[in-house]
Design a protein around this ligand. Sequence first.
Ligand SMILES: C[C@](O)(C(=O)O)[C@H](CC(=O)O)C(=O)O
Length: 297
Amino acid sequence: MVSAAGKLRQLLRDPDRIIVCPGVYDGFTARIALQAGFDTLYMTGAGTAASVLGMPDLGVLTLNEMRGNAEMIANLDRSVPLIADADTGFGGSLMIHRTVTEYIRSGVAALHLEDQPTTKRCGHLRNKQIINEDEFLSRISAAVNARAQSGGDIVLIARTDALEPLGYDNALQRLKRAIALGADVAFLEGVTSKEQAKQVCEDLSPTPVLFNAVLGGVSPYLSVQEARDLGFRIMIFPGLALSAVYEALNAEVKHLKGTGTTPVRAGGPRELFNVLGLEQAMQIDAAAGGKLYEKGF
Ligand SMILES: C[C@](O)(C(=O)O)[C@H](CC(=O)O)C(=O)O
């Protein structure tokens, strides 16, 4: 069986293709994206912090929390590769070794590692701090070595947040050196214009470059087609599910609080459970000779 990373590598081999990954952060949002037919997913750290901890994206998640969430999402449908956030790698070289090894064991197809200190913040917030280049490259080396020693595979995405504090040339150099060490994909966080977007894809060619579509963030709005035309090979939408849930639920709780009523809906719990695999659950029981669900629900 081809590994999750192997599947993602196959998709990356087609130079005309852009891999589109809706950002999900739990089983439910992942199932909704899978049902819509996406063939790759992205697990957002910001969304994981929000859903697991009820906290903002400020480097408070531990490896176990992030890895556990990624493992659950990656294994809902193992034919769909999951790209997962690994923030700063959660510590020094030994921790990064452990992070990469455990993400591989968990069935994650790709992870991104960045050059912020462990007291990081979302890349689209202001006044970011940055670790020095040698430290960043040592993170990347630790990841590359861990992959080689694991006997498995994972696509390594080097992310730099150096653009805002240090400028384009410095950020580009970090990415080039990370690629030379064995990173497979480059991620320039917080691209500020379409010209810069095109430039980074050209400057790093033929290495695939990822575009982080944070709606309302510092980067220009790009459609999938525009991102592809600019040269990007992967596009993630980290805030997609978070914003949709926030807007929809915010309106509903306010409505309930204000009026004491909720909207009347056609679909009940069965429709939601169908998205979550009700049919497969029935089949599993029937295949084992069970009669629990033979009359349906
Ligand atoms: C991609 C990202 O790391 C994430 O956690 O999903 C965030 C996105 C966000 O906070 O909206 C980032 O860009 O830093």
